[in-house]
Design a protein around this ligand. Structure first.
Ligand SMILES: NC(=O)c1ccc[n+]([C@@H]2O[C@H](COP(=O)([O-])OP(=O)(O)OC[C@H]3O[C@@H](n4cnc5c(N)ncnc54)[C@H](O)[C@@H]3O)[C@@H](O)[C@H]2O)c1
Length: 318
């Protein structure tokens, strides 16, 4: 069965690799990538691309009608660190884009929606260790508030209008093909670039700040597995906890040193420390593992090796 798929925010860190993987699975022509800006060469060359502002309802509707879209992956958003600098803009982008897609699905113009939430839905009053699916949620960032609100609306549109919306709370996603988009976990990507270029890195998070993280390939697999799962298996319609590994800047530096022994790390926490301190250090994702058989593949050692090789090759650093 063929179906047309639209990825919104396709030029971003996750959208790029998600679009490429979907093209590999479904065929290049069936996966329409879209974003407010052009993406990298591989994305632009491998299939259809549309410049699209996710906050403009009629433009989104026209693209969905033009390509007879069935599934939408809504990846456009303003991320945690950037959103703290532009709170109202972040709120408009993160909420308006979601409402447009949920309303189009409610009208029957889309069959299935993927919308990512984040560990940022949790806050300082949430249990930090092994954070359960259902826990106290008092997010302290604009980004976290937008994600928590988005989760409630996803649940509401599912319960009230039967919208088939699926979501997961991504941890920090680590990858090398595109640069990260202004999140609090970006240090865990920058560190590889600096380790290869300068053999030194100054972390904006303290050495003991443990956060949940995941290698990109695992995140893409989770996303596609959830979207392909039979509807009755998707029991949670707000957003699933999702996890793979957790590490601190110090632990990551030690792992990098196994490959680059002279690598050194310093710590100079900035405003992002406070954001990181409000988030869990590891997450209980047993519901995802039970409901749709989620399993991660990459541990810290495998992620480190992949990142060092990938960054060196992509950015031609020896
Ligand atoms: N990367 C992570 O570690 C992480 C963690 C948790 C959740 N998430 C979520 O995953 C999704 C994708 O994240 P990402 O890391 O790829 O972000 P990113 O910032 O790299 O990409 C977002 C993309 O959205 C595009 N965009 C911005 N405004 C737009 C608009 N008005 N219309 C259309 N496109 C627009 C940007 O140009 C960008 O290409 C977001 O919802 C984010 O909140 C990401």
């Amino acid at each position: 069965m063929t179906k047309n798929i639209l990825v919104i925010g396709a030029s971003g860190q996750i959208g790029t690799e998600l679009s490429l993987k979907l093209r590999e699975i479904h065929g290049n022509d069936l996966v329409i990538a879209s974003d407010i800006r052009e993406g990298n060469e591989e994305l632009m060359q491998s299939g259809p691309f549309e410049i699209l502002d996710a906050t403009n309802f009629s433009d989104v509707e026209s693209i969905i009608e033009k390509y007879k879209i069935e599934d939408v992956y809504l990846m456009a958003a303003m991320l945690s660190a950037t959103a703290e600098k532009h709170p109202m803009k972040a709120w408009s982008l993160n909420m308006d884009s979601l409402f447009h897609i949920l309303n189009l699905a409610k009208e029957g113009k889309i069959k299935k929606v993927f919308w990512p939430s984040s560990i940022a839905v949790f806050g300082p009053t949430t249990p930090k260790e092994n954070t359960p699916q259902t826990a106290v949620m008092e997010p302290s960032t604009v980004y976290g508030i937008s994600k928590q609100t988005g989760e409630r609306w996803c649940q509401y549109f599912h319960d009230k209008y039967g919208v088939d919306v699926r979501s997961m709370r991504y941890p920090g996603i680590i990858s090398y093909k595109t640069l990260p988009g202004g999140g609090t976990t970006d240090y865990a990507i920058e560190i590889f670039h600096e380790a290869l270029k300068n053999k030194a890195y100054t972390s904006y998070l303290s050495e003991t700040t443990g956060l949940p993280m995941m290698y990109m390939d695992d995140a893409i697999k989770a996303t596609i597995d959830l979207m392909e799962a039979p509807s009755e298996k998707v029991k949670i319609r707000s957003s699933y906890n999702l996890s793979a590994i957790s590490f601190t800047p110090k632990e990551l530096a030690e792992e990098i040193r196994k490959h680059i022994p002279e690598f050194s790390i310093n710590y100079a926490p900035d405003f992002r420390q406070k954001i990181a301190d409000s988030w869990p250090s590891d997450i209980d994702d047993s519901e995802a593992r039970k409901d749709w058989n989620w399993k991660h593949q990459y541990d810290l050692a495998a992620l480190t090796k992949k990142m060092l090789d990938g960054v060196a090759e992509t950015f031609e650093i020896n």
